[in-house]
Structures are given as C-alpha cells and as structure tokens.
Design a protein around this ligand. Sequence first.
Ligand code: SF4
Ligand code: SF4
Ligand code: SF4
Ligand code: FES
Length: 948
Amino acid sequence: MALVTEQDFGTPARTSATLVTLEIDGRTVTVPAGTSVMRAAAEIETAIPKLCATDSLEPFGSCRLCVVEIEGRRGTPASCTTPVEPGMKVRTQTPKLAKLRRNVMELYISDHPLDCLTCAANGDCELQDMAGVVGLREVRYGYDGANHLVGEKDTSNPYFTFDPTKCIVCSRCVRACEEVQGTFALTIDGRGFASFVSAGQDDGFKESECVSCGACVQACPTATLMENSIIEAGQPEHSVVTTCAYCGVGCAFKAEMQGTEVVRMTPYKDGKANHGHSCVKGRFAWGYATHRDRITKPMIRKKITDPWREVSWEEAISYAASELKRIQATYGRDAIGGITSSRCTNEETFLVQKMIRAAFGNNNVDTCARVCHSPTGYGLKTTFGTSAGTQDFDSVDESDVIVVIGANPTDAHPVFASRMKRRLRQGARLIVVDPRRIDLVKSPHIKAEHHLQLKPGTNVAIVNAMAHVIVTEGLAADDYIRERCDLEEFSRWAAFIADPRHSPEAVEEVTGVPAAEVRAAARLYATGGNAAIYYGLGVTEHSQGSTMVMGMANLAMLTGNIGRRGVGVNPLRGQNNVQGSCDMGSFPHEFSGYRHVSDDATRQIFEEMWGVPLSAEPGLRIPNMLDAAIEGTYKGIYIQGEDIAQSDPDVKHVTAGLAAMECVIVQDLFLNETASYAHVFLPGSSFLEKDGTFTNAERRISRVRRAIPPKAGYADWEVTMMLSEALGYPMRYSHPSEIMDEIARTTPTFAGVSYQRLDELGSVQWPCNDAAPEGTPIMHIDRFVRGKGRFMITEFVPTEERTGPRFPLVLTTGRILSQYNVGAQTRRTDNIAWHDEDVLEIHPSDAENRGIRDGDWVALASRSGETSLRAKISDRMQPGVVYTTFHHAETGANVVTTDYSDWATNCPEYKVTAVQVRRVNHLSDWQIAYRELREKTIRIEQPQEAAE
Ligand code: SF4
Ligand code: SF4
Ligand code: SF4
Ligand code: FES
C-alpha cells in the first residue's frame, strides 16, 4: 500500500459556465472563467512553484514564488492571483523567472533553521520541496543577520505544536482559520520583518478561541504547525481512505499509517461531505482505538456481581447462544431481542436485525435512533414520503435564508457548521430557534437576524405561529402548493393554521418569544429567497417531536422551499451512522428501506432470501423491552455498540430493566455502563479495524476501510455471524461487500449500491438505483416521493412535564464540541483537556436566587432522580432554564430525565425536565451507589498463574 496523495491545484476551482482557452508553455488549456493561471497550469500538469497558495484557500499573492511571464504584459505577475483570459500566452519556465524564484527562496532560507534532516516535516515540507524545485544551491546573505531563529514553541494544544522559528509568515494558517473553519482565532501581528502569527491575543492556542479543527496545521507548508503524533512517530508510509466514526457529517479521512499504527488522520479533499475539512474529534481524537481500556478478550459470568472470566471466542459465543435458547425455551420466543448500533457499519447493523428476525424469530430489534431521530423518520415520511433529509450539504451554498432549529452545529456538526458559516459570511440571513444562545447567534462576522429564544417544549407553537403569519399575510407559494401538494389536505390545514389561536400574539406568553420577532422571522423565511431548515435533537427529543418535524415540513411546502438546491428540511444526525442504522431495518416495525413488516410482498422478499418464515408482528421498542423486563416477560438482550445505561432517559428505569434480565450480551470496545449489567461481553472493533459503509445525514453512503487488524481478532459483523450460527441460523459472508450486495438485492433504494460503485464514485447518496445510478443529492425535485406533499395538522399540546413549586426550572440537555455522545471514546483521548466534567449552565439570576456561585457543587433534582455536578453561571441561558451535557457517566444527567416521550415514536423527551437546583457539598446518593456498583461489576478475574 502507498500513501494516498492529492494534487494541490494552488487555487480553488471555479464553476463559471463561461470557458476560457489560453496557452501555457505552448499547450492549450480550457478552464472556467475566473480560474487562476496557476490552476489552469496545474490542470495540464504544469506545476508552478508556490508557497502561499493552496487550493483550499483564496489566492493571497504574498510569496512571489509563482511569478510567470505573459505575452504582451509587463513585469512578472503572480500566477495565483492572475485570472485566465482568452488567448493569453503564458510562460512558466524562463531563465528570468528561475532567477527571481531563486532570489525569493534565498531570502526565506536565510531565515530558516537548517535542520531539514532532523525536522519532523522532512519529506513533507513545501519549503524544502520548493528549494529543490527552484534549484537553490547557496544562500548569499549568510545566516547571521537579523532573523527569527529563536522563538518559544507553543505546546499548549494537546494535539499540535507551533514552532515560530520555522514560520515563513505565508498566512495560510490565518486564512484557513478564517475561510475554511470560520473561527478567526489567528492573526498576523506586527508588520514587515516583525510580523508573526499569533493565536488569540497572543495567549497561545489552548487559551485562544481555537477549536482545534486542524485546518491551520493542514494548510501550513512548513513544520511550523505540526501534529504531535508526527513529531513523535515520524512521517507515515502508507494511507487508507476511510470515514470518520463520530458525527453524522461523515467526513472522509486518510488514515495515515506506519505499519499497523495510525500516525495521523488527515481530512480527504475528495470527501464529498467535508471537502478536506475536519473537526477536533475526527482529526485528532482517534487514540481511543488503542486505549489500554480496550477489552480484547471475550468474557462471561453467571451473575453481574461475579468477576468477569476471560474465555475463548468459542466458549463465549456458545454460552451466549445457549442462554438465549434456554430463555426462549422457558419464556417463549418473544422473551429476547436486540439493539443495533448507530456507530457500527450498515453491514453490521443489517446483520444484527437479520439475526434477530431470522434466528431469534421475532421483530424485537430497535436502535439508538429511537432516542434521537425517530420522529424525523416518522414526520418526513408522513409529509414527503421519505424518512430522510432532502438535501446534500453543498446545497447550503445556495441558501439565502438559513433557519437553525434546536441544533448547535458548531459543537455537534462542526464541519457542516463551518460550511454554513461561510455561506452566512457571504450574506445569507440567519434565523435561530433555540432556548439557548448558541454560538451561531453571534460569532465573528456572523449575527443571527432573529433569535427566537423560546421556552423549551414550545417548538410546535412557534412553527405554527410562523405558518399562521405566512398564511394570513398571503405569503404562501400558491402555485407550488397547487402543483405539488394534496389540495384537500392543504385546505384543511390552512383553515386550522389560520385560526387566531395560532397567531404569534396568542402564543407569545407560552413561547416567551415576542410576537413581532416571530412575524419578522416568518416573513423572512417566506420571502427571503431560497430558505433552508436545519434541525437537530432540540426538535425531535420532545413529547411532540414528530409533530414538530411535520410542522417544519408544512412550513417548507407552504413556501415552496422543497425540491431544489438551497432549500429543504434537513436533520443534522447525531451519530455517524444513525441514518444508516434506520435505513438498514433496525426498527421493530420495518425492514430495510422503511418497509413495514406486515407488508406481505416485502416479507416475501426476505423470506425467500433468508430461507425462513418471518413474523408480521412489529416487535418491541427499547422502552417496551425494558418495561417487559421489569414485568418479567423479557429476559435476554444482545446490545451491539450502544450504552443504554448511560444514553437512555431515566437511568433508574433502564438499569432496573437490565438488572431484571437473565442474559445481557454486550458487544463494545470498552466495559461501558451497560456492561455493568451484562453476563456476556464480546469485544467490539473500532472503525479502523473493519470494512463497511456509513450513511451520513445527507443519505451519503461512504466506505469505511480497514486500516489495522481487529484488536480482538474479529470485526463486529463476524461476531454476529458466529452468534447466529451458534443459534442454528448460519450466515455465510466472506466480506462486508457481500452483505451490501444482499442489501442492494432486497432494498429498492439501495439497488444500485455496491462496493465497486462506491469505489468509482467515492460515495453515493441514496436512492441509488436504475432511476438514479449515481445517487440522489436532492430529493423531491419534480414530485414528492409519496406523490403529493401532505400538510399535516400540528396541534400544539404542551408536555405533561410541568414546572411547579417543587421543580421550578426546566432542564434541557445537549452536546459539546470536544466530546461525543456518552463520551466512551472521547473521554479516552486528550479531548478531555477541554471538557473533563459535565457542568450545569445556569442563568445569573437563577444562580443568585439560590446563592450559587460559579464552580459551586449543586444538586440537580427532578421527579425521576437527583445527581450532583458543578455549576457554571452563563447568560447563554434564559432565566428559568438550565442546561447540561451527558458525556460523563458519573454525572448521570439521565438520572434526572424522565420517561415522557414522543407520542408517535417513543423518542424520549430529553429536552424538557422540570428540576430544582440547590447548593450542596456532596455527591448524590445515586452517584455513591453508582461508584459502589461499578467497583463490584467491572472486576476481571485474574488467571491463576498471573495472580500468583
Ligand atoms: S486549529 Fe482550527 S480553529 Fe484552531 S487556529 Fe487552527 S484553523 Fe483556527
Ligand atoms: S504557521 Fe505555517 S501557515 Fe502559518 S504563516 Fe507560518 S508558515 Fe505560514
Ligand atoms: S464533523 Fe463529524 S464527521 Fe467530521 S470530523 Fe468532526 S466528528 Fe468527524
Ligand atoms: S503562491 Fe502565488 S504569490 Fe505565493
């Protein structure tokens, strides 16, 4: 295997329809108008020397290394900043140019340490390369003059080092931080010779606004900004293109390797979701894959208070299978089930649901999407006909109005947030609907035109009020509705929404948002050009999650904002493969492709393919499995790559359900919280250890490629096959590509997907079939998938979770940039430097009323339970609302959340919990019990000889 290298064209591609033909070194080239001479030359493999230019950044023209001669023009213009013109005749190599370039390089090198052989960038340094390219052989000025060869390194960032002695002040880092990332953390301070790069107010990277995305490190042409992993391990010798296993953006990366060790993850320029950008998680937080906490041997135990006993794979699988069979023989076929993982690949998820349906013989399969985006599936399928977002990420470049509802993209979907921020800096207008003042509301060069800071739990009232304004003020897209939507449904809905009880004035008190703001936001959405909605779990994790998804779909149809670029209704998916796990048939009522289990024709397809009769009865959802366990009718579960004891609401209820089961089989990288209740532990494999595919929030299916061998000997899909075989239902696949072939044969929206197609195209967005062999970036272009768009009545029904004298505040939960979900991965990386505990954000007035100071230890209590954590006083919150994250098991945020859930899908209402907060100086009873249980349940029996 070799290093995967990508050509740097020097300046970004242009997309003009006007083409320009010119001549470069006697060769003819035709490029879009606006292309630089440098890029036009690169297109015909003529490399012009450069230092300050790179194709991820707009040209800057500072180094003067890229000079060329143009017939009929005086002087030697910089090719990076000179656009092509018809008939231009360019010369890139002449004695005059060679001399000029050598002079430039001489100046750079005279002020640069001469330590190439011992430099970490040796072999991967553009300065070194360019010195060779221009033929620099000597430096006439000597090295004794004024220079920058003494300077202190900034090692404050855990992942990269800044060594100012190597800086050539090309400004690529500063521009990357501005143009690509949109954080504006870096500046060039001083002037001329005294210029230097500074992070923040020269207070070091760690203390600056830097979010460690790595764009500056990537852009730096020298060893000035360098990954610590490369400084320590040296340059990689081969690489494998794969997909990030963190969030639903699905960034493509090169896993850069030395032998079987990853030494760097570099964002892949050809990645269609990220175009070469990354965030701190995918770029740097991959060390968990080799963390010492990884469990690499299967383990079993009779009781959860017994120590774990390491056993062979054969023994573990045979024990697990015999327990599942015993339970079914004793309690019936439906007494067992399983949970698929949104972190595992499509192929692995497909196999788990197949094993449950075909080998367990029931439909008791569910997935963690139950607790995040199940309302998206329900709401979008009902209104549009497809359980997925409508656009590709690139579409945002054509949005004029962007509405962000209940999402915090700069923390949870950072690479897409950078893209969105770039569009906003170009002039798109922003509406934020969120109880919290998220970063997007005001950040460098961005300001939301409207922040509808609603009270948690009132989304539907706001979306209805916006629709009311559009209908009653005559701003609806009548022609679009007439042509594209079901008119009967529309008339019914229009009469409903026009009722004065939905007006912004009527709901002002309940939402807390001034009516004038809602009116202005509605008018902007309806009349501001292409308007796109992006939303997150702040929409779905409510008792009316599905209603709100339909409310947004109504709004988009009402204004004609569906079916072209720049518009749409777009869920920002949390986990890497949450879209895929839903697509693959992880829900108890649906086969892959969202086809109901009671549909005879669909069942027949699978019965023929799998050779067994299948149940037509929907199985149990996760909350029902836990209820049934407590009732004594559900006794065994196989959980692959999920930690329901931490991630699901009302921890006491979840753990009571797990504790009531006779066989809990957990497959994971680490002994997670759920494993405390497990009888069988099967080691999982990280994304670096297997082949497969993930599907991101844009419906984009991307390859995951094995970079290192599985630490425990098997990839997760192989373990599922072994378990299925031990249960008496053998499955035979020699590679995940064969599983994808089966998915394609049984699932119409995936009919055209194969590993060969993915390798050819890089990635593909479903539906991918005969009608769309290269996939479908934008949905519902000519017609909705369901035919006519369906307006749904969305009555606002306040949640039953109410504040009162005992619990007067509302708790809402969310994520933070450096941590991911339950934190099992990111807590085992240096990301802990930014967030080593969950804190409770509380408004200054609520804190003052309770005598709470910043950093105080406080008790957070609800009807469900109580936990303790530190307080952070923050005016991002509105009075009456507190906020925390759930990345640390010991904080137990979900001890407090309730079991209220979405009426249609059971998605838990994480976002609204009535709570009280008071100062304390001790852990909660739950935390003390948690520590004791953890100590008892994670012991691993030492082999006799080792113990002696
Ligand atoms: S790592 Fe990213 S955010 Fe930090 S300075 Fe570099 S480009 Fe800016
Ligand atoms: S740190 Fe690197 S990218 Fe930034 S100015 Fe210096 S050499 Fe250029
Ligand atoms: S934005 Fe998401 S997919 Fe991309 S690098 Fe970050 S965590 Fe990974
Ligand atoms: S590469 Fe053109 S001026 Fe630096």
